[in-house]
Structure formats: structure tokens, C-alpha cells
Design a protein around this ligand. Sequence first.
Ligand SMILES: [Zn+2]
Length: 65
Amino acid sequence: MSEQTMSCPKCGEGMNHQASKLVYPLTEAEAARMTPALDGVIEDVFACPGCGWIRSQRAGDKNDD
Ligand SMILES: [Zn+2]
């Protein structure tokens, strides 16, 4: 179960994990868990193949909804 899945909030289509990018931490909480070797936090970008909706999410954020 290593693959992340996310449904498009617009059309409900399964979104594709498009990219992971390194971003600078915005909060102390993020800074606390940032990857030391990378000097930042990873943000995952998802794209919907149905409508083109793009969504990004910080790695480590656990949304159980
Ligand atoms: Zn969509």
C-alpha cells in the first residue's frame, strides 16, 4: 500500500500523482518534520485526467476524509 490515491473534488475521477516537489517549510510544524537531507518539505502534486484539476498536498499531511 505505497501508492497514494486521491479523488478529484470536481468530478470524482481518480487523480494521478504527477510530481513531488521540494518546497520551503511555511510553519514551525512543517519545519520540524522537513527532510533534513533535502532542507525542505515534499509537496505532492496530483492531476485529474478527467477535468485537469490540479491539487497539491504536503507530504505527511494526513487527511482522513
Ligand atoms: Zn476532475
